[in-house]
Design a protein around this ligand. Sequence first.
Ligand SMILES: [Zn+2]
Ligand SMILES: [Zn+2]
Length: 212
Amino acid sequence: MIHKIESANSTWKEFVYKNVVEFCNEKESRTFTLKDFTKNRLELFQKFRPDNQHVEAKIRQQLQFLRDEGKISFLDNSGHYTLRGIYLLEPEKEETKTIDLRMEKPEIREYLVETYVRKVKWAEQCRKIMGDCCIYHKCDNTFYREDGTKYIEIHHIIPLCDNGEDGLWNLSPLCAHHHKMSHFSDKKTKENMRKYLLSRVTEIVGAKQKYD
Ligand SMILES: [Zn+2]
Ligand SMILES: [Zn+2]
């Protein structure tokens, strides 16, 4: 992919944000590390402002500004970031082009994106590691598609619009009924489900790591 250099008129912040979005699109993931991002884009940033001797510090500073505006979030102190909200990556746009997401509230939009977007990396990765069964109290509610595969939806336990991430610990395969329940039930049920799912995922992922 060729990266065009924007006119010298754009600010550092605009340029960093634009590159974060592009980088996430290329990786098909909203979560990235500062290290990977800087390594991948360093040359580009050096060309953007050839006089600047402290490009890495500058990038870090701009990411802080973007965080203050709610455009990205810091997941931990070791340099993990998530492009926030339900900003759509290119492969997600492709999948959802039949629905007008702009009309929906962020929470509903999130549910729709999760339900219709099945091919992006985070969903594939979760299915591969956690399987295609609903993990809510070992529920076995599913059905087979015409092509013989099981139907399953992948849910963000902590929603992206609440600073959740695409990381494995935050993803859960759910049947259509329990997925809907996790988004649209009353507050108490929702909270209990969230707690249950977070601990269940930790168990599953932990057990996998032991055997791998
Ligand atoms: Zn969901
Ligand atoms: Zn279920």
